[in-house]
Each structure stands twice: as C-alpha cells, then as structure tokens.
Ligand binder design. Sequence first.
Ligand SMILES: [Zn+2]
Length: 547
Amino acid sequence: MPPGPADLLLHNAKFITVGRHCPIAGAVAVRDGRIIATGESREALRSLAGPETVIEDLCGRTVIPGIIDSHNHIVAAGRTMDGVMLFDARNMNDVKQLVARRASRAAPGEWVQGAGWIESQFDEHRPPTRWELDEAAPDNPVILNRLFGGSVCNSKALAAAGISSRTPDPPVGTIVRDVNTGEPDGYLRDGAEVMVRDIIPKGSSQDIVAEYKRHARRALAEYVRWGITSVIDPGSDPYAMRAYQEIYLEGELVPRVNMMPVWWGLRGSEDPYVPVKAAAMGVRTRFGDTHLSIGALKMAIDGGLGSKTAMMYEPWLDGTHATVPPRLDMSRLKEYFDEAHRAGWSVGIHTIGDKAQDIAVETFAEVMSACPRDDVRHNIVHGYFPSPRALGLMKRHNIGVSVQPGFIWVEGDIYYEALPEKRLWDYKPLKTYLDTGIIAAANSDMTSAHYNPFLGMCAAVTRKTARGRVMGEDQRLSVEEMLPLFTLEGARLSFEEDVKGSIEAGKFADLAVLSDDITAVEADRIKDLTVLATYIGGRKVYDARES
Ligand SMILES: [Zn+2]
C-alpha cells in the first residue's frame, strides 16, 4: 500500500468483515476507493488520518460488505419496476388495483407488462384470469409473468397474438382453457407465453438499447438502496451488453455489473436474437474491469419446480413427469461445454432437477478431465437437488453453485404440491453444499423472486416459506455462514474475490450500513432489515437520510 493518509475514515461501527483474519472491525480507512486498513477503533487508525481525511461517525451501526446479487436479471427487473410488480399482491383485488393503476398512466393500446406472481401467494390460490385483467385494463394489452413457467394475459393481448378458442397449443407449452367453454382463460403456460411475448413491438435495435438502458438504470438505482453493490446479469443478450456499456461510458454505471452472455439454450433454441454463438465472440470470461466485465456463459437445461418442468428421475406427486423438452440439444451438450471451456469461458448452467444436475455435472467433469485448467469457474445455477454423485464431482472439479434461498420464501409453499415433504428437506441444500466444500453463492434471481436481499438472507437462515412452513431444518445456516454467500462467494463466481466481497485491506470499499445488527436480530426479522447507506469504491452512493 503506498504511503499517505486516508481519504475517508469510517468509525464507531460494527464492521462484519467476512474476512479471514478479523471477523469484526470498528473502523475502516479508505484511499482511492480501496480499504487500506481496518482496526478496532478510530484511535487504532489514527496514524492514517491527515488534515484532508473525511472522518465519518457511523453511530454504532452494523456494516457488511456490499451485497453481491450474483443472479439478477437487471433489464427485466427495470421493466417490471416500470410496469406492475406483483410480489406483494395477496389476492385478485390487489392484482386488479396494481394493473389498473399502471394502465391509467399508459396510452391506449400501450402494453402493460408486469411480473412477480405465483398462485400460492393469492388467497384464491389460482392465476388471475384474462377477464379480471380486462376489468382492470380494458384499453391496454396486459402480460404478467409468473415467477417462472408462464404468463397471464388479458383479452387485448391474446387478440393481438391471434389466440382464440380455435388456436392449437404451440409445440412447447399450453394455452390454458376455461373448463366449461374452452375459451383461453389468459394463462399461457410453460413456453406458450412466447406467442404473446414475441409480438410485443420492440422497435429498431437502437430503440431496444435505449429501452434497456432505461430499465437497467432504474433497476440499478433501486439496488443501491438495498446495499447491493455488484450484480451478475445471468443471460445478457447483445442489447443488454450494449446498454450496460453505454451507461458505463457515460460514467453512470453505479453498481458493478458482471455480464453472463446468453448461449443458445436460454430461450429454447437457436436464437435469432443472439447473432453469434457467444463462445465465438473472441473475448471471454474476465474481459472488462472491476466495474463492468464479462463473466460466465449462461446456458440452461430444464424448467422449474413450481411449474413441474424440472428434469427429475422420479415422477411428481401426481404421478406425471415433466413433458417440456430440454432447453439445449442434450446430444450436443458436451460439444457445447467443450467449445466454451477450451475457449476460456466459464459456464453457468441452469439446472433444477436432480437428473439435469447430474447430466450437467458429469458432462463438466468429462470436459474438465480431458482439458484441466484453473482459469475458468463453471457453476450450476439453481442446483435444487444435488445427488451424492453430483456433490462429489462438484467438489473434485471445483464446480460452484449459484443458489436462490429467497425462493423458499416466495414460492416454497407451492413445492409441496409437486414433491413429498421429505424430498423438500433437501431442496437447495446450502448446508450440504458448504459442508462438502463447494463454492456456493446466493442471490435473488429477480424477477423470479423479489430483489430484496434480506428476504433471501432470512430464508437461508430460517428456511421458512411465506406461509411459515420450515423446509428442512438441517439445512439452516447461521448468520455467519450465510453472509459470505451474499458477498465473498458471489465475488468468487466472477474471479473478483481479491478486490471485493469482504471488508479487508486491498479491497474496494463497497459497504452496506444496516438498520440493525443482523447478528443480533431475531432470525425471522432479518427480512425486515433495511439499508441506511451504501458505499461503492468509498463513494457514498445512497444515504437513506437524503431520500
Ligand atoms: Zn434467472
């Protein structure tokens, strides 16, 4: 560290450092955006304070490393924030009100889009219908994404896509119909929603980039209010990458962003949206700098658990098996991994079912055995039900896992309809992953769950669903075990553990000042924590007192 005084000295706080040497510090000295020293108190760092040093008293608050949301669909998040966000809707009335409120700001005919619902959150325990949405927005087409595996549309949206009672189901997915009349009821399931999604006018590629920039700015500005200082975007298409780059060049990219370019497979098949296969882009994982960089390639195999579209060995509770085809040509999976791996790409692959995870991990292992290298970090995205064999191979080949504990909270209740309770005890088994020595990062997967990081943290510690069921007590983590998953381990996924993820000398001063001491509040109350201030590279980018 070059000599000279600190620019900033933060003191009178409980810094939970997530560092190896000193778990708790009382003061932190920062120069040029990086932490130069931590100490017990302001007094201990006295020698680093010069006449120009800004000294800030944090009034005894608890500070954690800036939160790394290592799986967050930023553009879709911004689009949802600009549209209808349904996470907190408790019944059809709430849905209608939220849709009506948004439609009242829209021009006639303008699309109203939203997300964040699953039937288990509603008192009625079913999706909204087209007719309910028609009441709320008679003059606008409406599409509302389920957390995963479908969307519900109003009549105007169905008509725009030419969907009527005579329309057959598409090759992938189901047009759900009213049992009495055979009329589509508005719910388009497991891929059928693409029929509507694809006809929403997008404009020129310049228009798309401009729209993406607007959404990205909105989402990222919201995230700093929650102490999120870094985000990994899993499945950046070329427009998103252009949008981030432009915001960055304009000097306005506030949280750090790591982009995971989308590989064919995220949308189902070879995708006209993705002009070149990402592995052939020339640049590869780790291109960029500490503010905007390229991470792993994003691939996907199967669907979800709540939609019963995961690739599992055993049938669902009702005796059925998933019928949705895999999102990648499985006969070419090894070829795809091999191509990416040899070109220097890490791969993050979406697998939900135990069978899908086994296939992915075995294929990774084969490719890595044939061509060992330590400059890539492959990971399993979601990883709900790892088999003992998958765990062993993940450990041996250093394959990480990217987990969304918040799903336990937002959609855990619906899982009880898909699988026997006993099976759910091992759902997203964070404790098992940690005990096996596997790199495990936790994140929100906004828009499949709310971006509030404290919901996920609370769920990792309590394993509680929204309706209060505890899903596998054995997998509960202590706060001390949980915090690195939302900070340091996320940095590992993007090879940035040397520059961020903990409060230690040499790292960026990315920090979140909390409303309460996360180690002292009752576990159930972790989800109610808020953020008082956020720092990125030593700069205060959010102060609750000023907003
Ligand atoms: Zn996702």
